[in-house]
Design a protein around this ligand. Structure first.
Ligand SMILES: *Cc1c(COP(=O)(O)O)cnc(C)c1O
Length: 332
């Protein structure tokens, strides 16, 4: 099978840039949803812990359980607990509050304009009242910005709503006599655009070495952490005029040596990918293999997810999360 290399030095470099921007490593919550954006949840989490990150954000309870020995503080974005866990859970909708067992920790999500998840601004007082009444613990409150990565006034408009939400949260907590929850709103793009505005930022893509922001913004010199490699399965001589792979869409224009490597769309690479890092892919991408000219033992399928993603009409996030979780991952 293909394999993945995680570059420890690149990761440390990115974390230093992020910590500088955030004002310390304790101000970073590492977003590890979807198998750490394809990097491998446990192996990537372990690298973060070694560097001093203590907070993680995941999508499901299963992901949180997989890293509970690595992080002391875990937020689950999109799951509802069936019992009390040592994680805190995003409350995405006021109606689901009834399903949380007493003593559960809540991370109250406020819809400040993205209209995807979270309670309405007008429900803040009611939500906090019900959290107190039900014996739940309000640990945090947060929002998510829809346009942190694009130039325009949208972010400022949504930030103003968040400002108002924070004031309402503080007032409601005072009136119910509970501690003010921790507050957070920014993703990678918002953090790099504005500097830290709340107690911490929820950073995903920047750790992995990318930002998908409009070019007008200053781009920090992040470095890609992940590269995908494939090993040679076989080698052959093609005569001029012979064709390669399904449909025979590549025809050799000369006699040439080609090799087949063990990475295909079953590993998560796109069928529309036309080039590896250094070579043209000859003919179609198969489920488990590709063919290129030459006979190297191993080839790099890609080491810059953003550049490749843009050539395929998508973004680094999509390319990375599609990498098959069963591919072996190594740190170098
Ligand atoms: C995915 C996600 C993030 C991280 O976003 P990046 O752009 O990868 O930094 C932060 N917050 C929430 C709620 C998310 O779903």
């Amino acid at each position: 099978m293909a394999y993945i290399i995680l570059d420890r030095q690149a990761l440390v470099h990115n974390l230093q840039l992020i910590a500088q921007k955030a004002g310390g490593k304790e101000r970073i919550a590492a977003v590890l949803k979807d198998n750490a954006y394809g990097h491998g949840l446990k192996i990537f989490g372990t690298l973060l812990k070694e560097w001093g990150i203590t907070k993680a954000v995941v999508r499901t309870i299963a992901e949180a359980m997989a890293i509970q020995d690595i992080f002391e503080d875990i937020i689950v974005l999109a799951d509802i607990p069936d019992r009390v866990y040592p994680f805190s859970f995003a409350l995405n909708d006021l109606e689901t509050l009834e399903r949380f067992p007493p003593k559960s920790m809540i991370e109250l999500k406020i819809d400040t304009g993205m209209h995807r998840n979270g309670i309405a601004m007008e429900q803040i007082e009611e939500a906090i009242g019900r959290i107190v009444e039900k014996g739940l613990r309000l640990r945090g409150a947060f929002t998510h910005f829809r346009s942190a990565d694009v130039l325009g006034s949208e972010l400022f408009w949504q930030e103003r709503n968040w400002q108002e939400a924070k004031e309402r949260i503080e007032r409601a907590c005072r009136s119910y006599n509970i501690a003010r929850p921790r507050l957070h709103s920014q993703n990678s793009a918002a953090l790099f655009r504005q500097g830290l505005k709340d107690d911490f930022a929820r950073v995903g893509i920047a750790m992995y070495g990318y930002l998908e922001m409009d070019r007008v913004f200053e781009q920090p010199p992040l470095e890609p952490v992940l590269s995908l490699w494939a090993k040679r399965l076989s080698k052959r001589k093609l005569k001029k005029g012979e064709r390669v792979g399904y449909g025979g869409v590549f025809e050799a224009a000369k006699d040439m040596v080609v090799s087949t490597y063990d990475a295909g769309y079953g590993d998560g690479i796109f069928r529309s990918q036309r080039y590896t890092k250094d070579k043209e892919i000859l003919g179609r991408v198969s489920m488990d293999s590709i063919v290129v000219e030459g006979d190297e033992k191993e080839i790099c399928v890609f080491d810059d997810a953003k550049e490749l993603a843009h050539s395929l009409g998508t973004i680094s996030y999509e390319l990375l999360v599609k990498l098959n979780p069963s591919i072996a991952r190594f740190v170098r």
